[in-house]
Design a protein around this ligand. Structure first.
Ligand code: BGC
Length: 731
């Protein structure tokens, strides 16, 4: 792929695009996510160094992840502030090289008849994710006295903050700035240290200045034409969640340290792309969008921990409370399973380690087993509030039941475990909590089952399926299918109990009466009601769905009194209609396509797609997948492209009133990968073997990518006109 295709460019400055660009030019390394903002920007411009897995709550606000004090802050002054928002400029561009994970900025300011060029590059360290590197250069076509102030901005952007109630500064001289921010009652701390070096034609001393909540290294330099001023800044972040502080944690901004880190960073990405890039011949746009999505997934993968997951908005900010949803297991996991299974293990391990939280949630509702958090933060704490939407008319919080009723979340966890076992063959997780997790999730669904007096089938009532616009429904097809899968998976694991190490097996057998549970879950799986296709092949999404008003998405939209009105809930415009928010029956059929005739898959695709608002970025990829299984790859293509383009195009919903709700879309990114893997290449795991029956859309000539399956790497080639994919073992 031409290197130009791996660049995201933006020319000129448009303040309206600041929120969007923060996502498009995102940098991250799984430990921190750095929004694509400019050095002179402050919290008004949504600057954020978002940290993974560390949260705080202020007053009645939502508990959200912490942003670190902004170590990217820089002021340049040459008779006037060199700031794109106020100073005239001749040129301004931002370029994200997503092949190497480096962001570059160039601005040529025009002040006092001088052309002052400011270039800057920055990257987060992929090898040691506590570090972040930035190097800038300034040149002028006329002699200029330039003042440089660079440091740490303590005025942090928060949605429900401020989170830091006090700061401890430790800045002895200009070369090393250090600050520790503490949350209330010292529950958490975040320490940022920045090492600053200025390389100028003449020896320049750095002084320290503490002003307007900013800790700054300052220098004044006389710069002549042909001369260059270079500023290197290396920052280090350490938090109360990081265990013991290492010896080598002092950042160094020497030229050598910078050059070494840069080289290693580029090599890291080169290697990552070697195992994960997807070549799509015949469709440059799709190839670029998909690999850009994969860039984001790489940038938010938690490689620094053994047990951590990925929030629904990645590390692009505090929206969605930095919480983990079903997005991880159902949409994101595949990419890591097939390119970097160690990361997949880390994602799964997070769920195994949060089992106590899930058991507590189930118990609090009076159920057995494990009911996972709908919006999971550390320890499995459910961040989802009872009132997750604010009514636009009354401005009152609206009672929503996502937390209480989206019971399909526990099945997503089991699905993830099942995929992990299938794709990696690594049974060691069974002894690390997977056995209990699956059993406890099965117990949870068992405790949800209801039988009417004299009835002969189990039902699951009062739930919300993936389509959030219809709350508290009975026998949601997706939920019941997933619950049955959980019972069946538990039965499979019971047959594998002998694979557990002796001591673990003994403790499991002491805890569970496996023989009794085997009968219980078998009966549950057999007797659980699964709505079947009607004469026309269509499966009802839930009991009573067909009695709802049958109107188009457009009609429902036209009934809105306010564009920001919520479509679901008690009075939502979609609630009493057949219009749905996102793929629901379609998701179930895409996952269990083998169990249904093609005619049924087609009938449901035809029925539900026109009734879907696609109000969630999780929707398009599931329709793309189903379309592939229907044998309609050409129709799958636009949905795939939509999913792959969610973040490269940007422009999605950014604000709800005054609250920023934007960010990146990891589920959509991962969903697009799933479309290529399972849909276009048709890769499946059957009885422990890989099979591939491709379904290429007309405009794609060839697909080439590598996967890892059960410890072995393969190069997959799918060619137009060939019925089978070629799988060649590779290094
Ligand atoms: C969707 C959920 C999804 C969540 C986070 C919601 O809008 O309806 O299915 O898990 O966003 O991405």
């Amino acid at each position: 792929m031409d290197r130009e295709e791996w660049l995201i460019k933006e020319e000129g400055y448009d303040g309206e695009k600041t929120a969007d660009n923060g996502n498009r030019f995102f940098l991250g390394n799984g430990y921190m996510g750095v929004r694509g903002t400019l050095s002179e920007f402050t919290k008004e411009d949504l600057c954020a160094v978002n940290l993974a897995g560390i949260y705080d709550k202020v007053g009645d606000g939502w508990r959200e992840p912490l942003n670190a004090p902004n170590f990217l802050y820089t002021e340049l002054f040459a008779g006037a502030p060199l700031n794109v928002k106020t100073a005239p400029f001749e040129e301004h561009s931002l370029i994200l090289d997503f092949y190497s994970g480096i962001l570059r900025r160039k601005t040529v300011f025009l002040v006092d008849n001088k052309r002052i060029s400011y270039t800057c590059e920055r990257f987060p360290d992929m090898k040691d994710p506590h570090f972040f590197y930035e190097c800038s250069e300034v040149e002028s076509d006329r002699e200029v006295e330039l003042s440089v102030k660079t440091g740490i901005d303590l005025d942090v952007w928060d949605i429900n903050g401020p989170h830091y109630v006090r700061f401890e500064e430790n800045c002895k001289e200009g070369r090393l700035l250090e600050v520790t921010g503490f949350t209330a009652e010292d529950r958490e701390f975040v320490r940022v240290s920045s090492s600053v070096s200025v390389f100028s034609p003449e020896e320049t001393a750095l002084s320290f200045e503490n002003r307007d909540k900013k800790l700054l290294s300052t220098a004044t330099v006389l710069l002549r034409p042909g001369e260059k001023l270079k500023i290197c800044k290396v920052s280090h972040v350490f938090t109360s969640k990081d265990g013991k502080e290492g010896k080598d944690d002092r950042p160094s901004s020497s030229k050598e340290a910078y050059a070494r880190a840069r080289e290693e960073h580029i090599a890291w990405w080169e290697e990552a792309w070697d195992r994960s890039k997807v070549l799509i011949e015949g469709d440059k746009e799709a190839m670029r969008a998909l690999n850009y999505s994969l860039y984001h997934l790489h940038s938010i993968a938690p490689r620094h921990r053994k047990s951590m997951s990925i929030p629904a908005r990645g590390l692009s900010g505090q929206t969605y409370k930095g919480a983990v949803f079903w997005d991880t297991e159902m949409f994101i996991l595949d990419f890591f399973l097939f390119t970097e299974p160690e990361v997949a293990r880390t994602l799964i391990k997070y769920r195994l380690d949060t089992l106590p939280g899930a058991k507590k949630k189930a118990a609090d509702y009076g159920y057995s087993g494990a009911f996972y958090a709908w919006e999971s933060q550390e320890g499995g704490f459910d961040a989802c509030s009872d009132y997750n939407v604010t009514d636009v008319f009354t401005k009152r919080p609206m009672r929503t039941y996502f937390k209480d009723k989206q019971v399909h979340i526990s099945a997503a966890v089991v699905y993830g475990i099942r995929r992990y076992l299938e794709a990696t063959g690594d049974m060691s997780i069974l002894a690390e909590g997977a056995f209990e997790t699956v059993t406890e999730c099965a117990l949870f669904y068992y405790s949800l089952l209801l039988k009417r007096a004299g009835g002969d089938r189990y039902e699951i009532r009062d739930v919300i399926g993936p389509d959030e616009y219809h709350e508290r429904v009975n026998n949601n097809f997706y939920t019941n299918m997933m619950a049955r899968m959980v019972f069946l998976e538990a039965l499979e694991l019971f047959d594998r109990v002998n694979l557990l190490p002796a001591d673990k097996r003994a403790s499991i057998l002491e805890k569970y009466d496996i023989d009794a549970l085997r009968n219980t879950f078998r009966q549950a799986a057999e007797e659980l009601f699964i709505p079947s296709p009607g004469e026309d092949g269509v499966i009802r999404q839930f009991d009573g769905y067909f009695s709802l008003e049958d109107v188009s998405v457009e009609t429902v939209r036209s009934r809105l009194l306010d564009p920001k009105e919520y479509w679901g809930g008690a009075y939502g415009v979609a609630s009493d209609t057949r219009v749905i928010k996102q793929a629901d029956v379609a998701t179930a059929l895409a996952l269990f396509h083998d169990s249904y005739e093609k005619s049924v898959l087609n009938a449901n695709y035809n029925f539900y797609e026109p009734r879907t608002e696609h109000g969630s970025s999780l929707s398009a990829c599931m329709y793309a997948l189903l379309a592939c299984y229907c044998g309609r790859a050409d129709e799958a293509y636009p949905f795939f492209l939509k999913s792959a383009s969610a973040d490269i195009k940007g422009g999605g919903k950014q604000w709800a009133g005054l609250v920023y709700i934007g960010g990146t879309h990891p589920a959509s990114e991962g969903g697009a990968y799933m479309n290529v893997l399972r849909g276009f290449a048709g890769i499946e795991i059957k009885n422990g073997e890989l099979t591939a029956t491709p379904k290429l859309p007309g405009n794609i000539e060839r697909l080439v990518f590598k996967i890892v399956f059960r410890g072995k790497r393969y190069k997959v080639t799918v060619e137009k006109g060939r019925e089978e994919a070629i799988l060649e073992p590779c290094g």
